[in-house]
Design a protein around this ligand. Structure first.
Ligand code: DON
Length: 307
């Protein structure tokens, strides 16, 4: 029997399509040049079914959606204690690029803001790795979530590095507090490449479905991370994934989620489904305008609110 899901997805995309409010991210010139009209949505179930509508195979950079997955790798590679000693789990209530360090310890408040994610990048892999080995661990790990080898968009990476003064400043602050032991420039370089990995909406849905499926990629069958790590990652996505819009998201959508400034958005419903959307125009928080509307619709139509 033919599934009704693609028709449902096409109908909901049609409903949000006329909304052209918001702007593509302006602070990375290469992203500002993206086609703002792209729109796609994919559902990937934990038993391996994938349904999509719209621009499901268009590649764009993962940006901050890499953060929960890099956090998962850091927790897996170093253990909970060493990671929690360097990155907290409290919502900052501030924008993603605020400094947001705890005043007494210098710990970034959580791994979803830039300060926490720059630290997390340095915690992926083992302690003695050089920057290239660490990046390879991140690329290999995120690729395992997606179920295919991902590649860096070199022009987006170069474009962001030219304007990375704020992230470099944050990394130097982290170094001065002893949170980062490595060269701050090298860590920001690796973090920016991590953010510049190219994904499709379909890839993002598989990555989310791997979280929903207790860390096992539903198509490859690979156990990418263990269950305690999944629980930690989903918890932090729930409280911090949408930055200073986390409260609105919790009440209106109510599923663990993460956004990225290229316009991607993921949500993971444990035991059920990974959802991804793509639409490049962003609201003031750096979240996709139509992506948020799509998730609000999915949540109310299907009763997905779990928080
Ligand atoms: O660090 C940055 O500014 C970007 N590479 C990632 C930011 C991002 O995606 C924030 N999310 N909405």
């Amino acid at each position: 029997m033919r599934s009704v899901v693609p028709d449902y997805l096409a109908e909901v995309l049609g409903d949000v399509e006329p909304d052209t409010s918001g702007e593509p991210a302006g602070y990375i010139p290469e992203l500002a040049a993206a086609d703002p009209d792209r729109l796609g949505a994919v559902f990937a179930t934990v038993d391996g079914k994938v349904y999509g509508a719209g621009d499901v195979d268009t590649e764009f950079t993962i940006q901050s959606i890499s953060k929960p997955f890099a956090y998962a790798l850091a927790l897996s590679d170093r253990g909970f204690g060493p990671v929690l000693a360097k990155v907290g789990v409290e919502p900052s209530g501030e924008a993603f690029n605020e400094i947001s360090l705890e005043s007494d310890t210098g710990r970034p408040r959580n791994p979803m803001i830039n300060a926490g994610a720059i630290t997390t990048h340095a915690l992926a892999g083992s302690e003695g790795m050089n920057p290239a080995e660490r990046l390879e661990r991140v690329v290999q790990g995120l690729s395992a979530f997606a179920g295919r080898r991902l590649a860096v968009d070199e022009s987006v990476y170069a474009s962001e590095m030219e304007h990375a003064h704020r992230n470099l400043a944050i990394a130097h602050m982290l170094r001065s507090h002893g949170i980062l032991a490595e060269d701050p420039t090298a860590v920001v370089d690796g973090y920016t490449r991590q953010c510049s990995l190219l994904v499709t909406t379909r890839d993002l849905a598989m990555m989310a479905a791997t979280l929903a499926n207790r860390g096992v990629n539903p198509l490859s069958g690979e156990q990418v991370i263990r269950e305690p790590v999944v629980r930690q990652v989903l918890s932090v996505m729930s409280t911090c994934g949408m930055y200073d819009a986390a409260g609105d998201w919790a009440t209106q959508v109510g599923i663990p989620a993460k956004s990225g400034v290229a316009g991607g958005l993921i949500g993971a419903l444990p035991g059920q489904i990974g959802i991804a959307t793509f639409s490049p125009r962003l609201d003031v928080h750096g979240n996709s305008v139509r992506g948020v509307s799509l998730f609000e619709r999915f949540s109310s139509d299907m009763g997905l609110h779990v928080m």
